[in-house]
Design a protein around this ligand. Structure first.
Ligand SMILES: [Zn+2]
Length: 425
């Protein structure tokens, strides 16, 4: 690995090459097919941490008991029992440092207490994560981080209107493009990168350099997700816009409109033929991907639903109401809350990752300017990432890489390491 870079080690280079050859042979035909590892072949999906959020969410088989202590599995009064379970699921503290708060003066470079400071002088407390490099370029909040499969460039975009690309080998900015308006989100699928802007989405293909804009939307695009060949975009006007990729014409057709939210759509996740949308109206809506009809509205949050995540058979949602809720599908096919995790602050973003020892980790960014890391399914605390400002963008890359972007515009590259200190492969 070159100095300052975040190039993959030899283990993941294999994945890299695999993707590249795959990309060239299938060219346009496979566009958007390789959105998640679910659509990759098994050897690749086993290596990609992204598989974490792409697993299916079966409608009927609810393995809710897996989240819960053994004693409560037999209970039929699901909701009430699980609410009373919470004290037993209370967070364990494996590392004293996790209780110690990060020093905000140190983060800003001006703590005068040095070794005598009562607060932590580190960007991370806990085990299993190592900071590789910080990418400085954006002047305002990071709104999207994308590492297209096979790409040797990382793409970041910001509220400042800049779309920047970074060389994965050197960690240097390769290109900076001012799109001339605020950017709200980005997502990549295969060789395609989508940038959600005000009233439009910029689309470009890193292989062919094809570039165009999807228009006809209203307001800023806060969230996007891709499933098979469909791009879903959540907008400020409360509408979800859907475009279908047509490989024959090599273009996106649409948009179809999914209406129902009374506030901006700020989070989207897709799995097992369902689209889940979280909104400023405090609700989550469940949509059938085939019919594009809303089949259920989940109204258990009391503030904006900032982020959604699928893990195993469960939907995780987080909100400015200081909670993370875990949802499962009941026997009557409705989603219900099976566990509520309370934080002291609003929760801004969720991300699922697999650490160097192949254990699942939940990353929860809170508006105390830190990301809380929990083991799953126990919700035991395992670490904390500190920043000078809120972190709203968290992105998983292949080869054990993790990217975070904060409201000051700083992008940080992390890598999962095994507890003995060696790097993840
Ligand atoms: Zn200090």
């Amino acid at each position: 690995m070159s100095y300052g870079g975040f190039t993959k080690d030899s283990g993941s280079t294999h994945v890299f090459r695999h993707h590249q050859s795959h990309r060239k042979t299938n060219a346009i035909k496979s566009v958007l097919d390789r959105v998640g590892p679910v659509n990759c072949d098994d050897s690749v999906s086993a290596l990609l941490p992204g598989g974490f959020i792409r697993r299916n969410l079966p409608l009927r088989s609810m393995h809710r008991s897996k989240l819960m202590p053994e004693d409560h599995r037999s209970s039929s009064k699901l909701n009430s029992t699980l609410r009373t379970c919470q004290p037993e699921l209370k967070q364990r503290l494996p590392n004293k440092n996790i209780q110690k708060k990060g020093c905000r003066y140190w983060l800003l470079g001006n703590c005068v207490r040095g070794d005598k400071c009562h607060y932590l002088h580190s960007l991370f407390s806990g085990k299993g994560l190592s900071m590789l490099v910080q990418l400085k370029g954006h002047q305002k909040a990071v709104r999207g981080i994308a590492l297209p499969s096979g790409s040797e460039k990382l793409y970041t975009c910001s509220k400042d209107g800049l779309l920047q690309s970074w060389d994965c080998h050197t960690g240097q900015c390769a290109d900076a493009n001012n799109l001339g308006c605020e950017i709200g989100s980005s997502v990549s699928a295969g060789p395609w990168v989508f940038v959600g802007m005000l009233n439009a989405i910029k689309v470009f293909n890193i292989d062919t350099n094809a570039e165009y804009y999807l228009t006809g939307l209203v307001g800023l695009i806060y969230a996007m997700t891709v499933e098979r060949d469909v791009l879903f975009a959540g907008a400020q006007d409360g509408t979800i816009y859907a475009w279908k990729f047509n490989p024959e014409s090599n273009s996106f057709q649409g948009p179809a409109l999914l209406k129902g939210h009374q506030g901006a759509v700020v989070s989207l996740v897709v799995g097992a033929n369902r689209l889940y949308s979280g909104s400023m109206d405090h609700n989550i809506k469940v949509w059938d991907i085939d019919t594009l009809q809303c089949i259920q509205t989940l109204n258990r949050h009391s503030a904006v639903v900032m982020s959604l995540l699928l893990w195993n058979q469960h939907l995780f949602s987080c909100s400015l109401d200081n909670t993370i809720k875990v949802w499962a599908t009941s026997e009557d096919c409705n989603m219900e809350v099976i566990y509520t995790h309370n934080e002291e602050d609003g929760v801004l973003a969720l991300c699922g990752a697999i650490d160097a020892e192949a254990k699942p980790v939940l990353l929860c960014s809170c508006n105390d300017n830190s990301i809380h890391l929990y083991d799953l399914p126990s919700f035991s605390q395992r670490g904390r990432i500190y920043a000078t400002q809120e972190i709203r963008s968290i992105h998983i890359g292949s080869g054990g890489l993790l990217f975070t972007g904060d409201e000051a515009g700083l992008v940080t590259v992390w890598k999962w390491v095994s507890e003995s200190g060696s790097q993840a492969s």
